[in-house]
Design a protein around this ligand. Structure first.
Ligand SMILES: Nc1ncnc2c1ncn2[C@@H]1O[C@H](COP(=O)(O)OP(=O)(O)OP(=O)(O)O)[C@@H](O)[C@H]1O
Ligand SMILES: [Mg+2]
Length: 335
């Protein structure tokens, strides 16, 4: 069989990514991030679309160059079809469709959330099937049983905010710059989580809810600021530690519950929040205590990247799962 070489494009939010995968091995993974949104405290969709327009061609060229692949040797072009910001998705999809049309090769339509989970199949060691995956990203929080490559069953999810939003929105309350999650993580590492206490969100079964938690942080800060206007500045590390502790405990409690309910002992995390040091540490500790095997993707495969789109596309290619030129991106969908 000839080589399967795929160019993959990711443009669902504010990162423009291109990757090349050959027979399931990632040869290049290029990401251009957009710092333009920082001053607005969140992603501005129109600015994101424009920045994708600027970045997409150079990013693709760089990926092909790093991979040392001539575009004539590509077997297919893959793209993130959704979920995501529609304007951002359209840039990647239009580019990918044109590229595939010009080269007369097939298109592969990839679900961004499935790709976050499939990132676990990039590097060794890989989990064996079935495995349990906690998908924690900026827009989603789900517990998924992965039965086989591209075979997913959602067994729990958030009813409102995602874990990434809980990090970003509480970080914003503390006055940290967007996206607050990584900065909150850094400060939390220098803090003591026992000084301030926030209630853990209580919700049935394997579901999650973070909007009440965000409100409880807001009320607590407002109350303390009335007593001491410098409260946040004087307590920033301990506040970050308490917030991170509460989110991590909430997530890991449900992971343990899911292990108990399913009997699955191959456990993985995926998505941007999988980069969180507190979550990684707690799960590593629990895996030793409870005897489950833990898998965490490399940092560059946790937040948005095209390598995860590429690996997903590789498996779709093997199943002859191709899209045609009538493909339209979808802003909302689950795994
Ligand atoms: N170290 C960290 N600690 C906590 N949160 C983090 C960390 N690093 C990244 N994040 C959070 O991860 C999120 C970004 O992840 P990701 O790129 O997977 O989400 P997204 O693509 O915006 O959402 P989705 O994939 O659901 O569409 C942000 O909310 C960011 O704050
Ligand atoms: Mg994402």
């Amino acid at each position: 069989m000839s080589d399967i070489i795929i160019l993959a494009i990711e443009s669902s939010c504010d990162d423009t990514g291109a990757a090349v995968v050959a027979n399931g091995n990632i040869l290049a993974n290029v990401v251009a991030s957009q710092s333009i949104h920082e001053k607005w405290g969140g992603v501005v969709p129109e600015l994101a679309s424009r920045a994708h327009m600027q970045h997409i061609v150079p990013v693709v060229h760089e990926a092909l160059q790093i991979a040392e692949i001539d575009k004539k040797n590509l077997s297919a072009v893959a793209l993130t079809a959704g979920p995501g910001l529609i304007g951002s998705l359209l840039v990647g999809a239009t580019f990918a469709k044109s590229f595939a049309l010009a080269l007369d090769i097939p298109l592969i339509s990839v679900n961004h959330l499935q790709a976050h989970v499939m990132a676990l199949l990039i590097d060794e060691p890989k989990p064996s099937f079935p495995f349990l995956c906690l998908l924690v990203s900026g827009g989603h929080t789900q517990l998924i049983v992965v039965k086989a490559p591209l075979e997913f069953e959602i067994i729990g999810q958030t009813t409102d905010d995602a874990a990434g939003e809980a990090f970003d929105k509480t970080a914003k309350i503390l006055g940290l710059t967007y996206p607050g999650g990584p900065l909150l993580d850094k400060l939390a590492q220098q803090g003591n989580h026992t000084i301030h206490k926030f209630p853990k969100p209580q919700i049935a079964e394997l579901d999650f809810s973070f909007s009440g938690f965000k409100t409880s942080v807001l009320y607590y800060i407002e109350k303390q600021k009335k007593l001491n206007p410098d409260f946040v500045a004087e307590n920033i590390n301990d506040l970050c530690a308490a917030i991170q502790y509460t989110i991590v405990e909430t997530l890991t409690d449900k992971v343990l519950k899911a292990i108990e309910q399913t009997g699955i002992t191959q456990v993985a995390i995926a998505g941007g929040v999988a980069a969180n040091s507190g979550l990684r540490l707690k799960l590593q500790l629990l895996s030793q205590q409870k005897g489950f095997d833990l898998y965490i993707p490399a940092f560059q495969y946790c937040t948005d990247n095209a390598a995860m789109i590429a690996i997903t596309a590789h498996y779709q290619y093997m199943k002859n799962d191709f899209a045609d030129q009538s493909l339209a991106p979808y802003p909302r969908v689950s795994v």
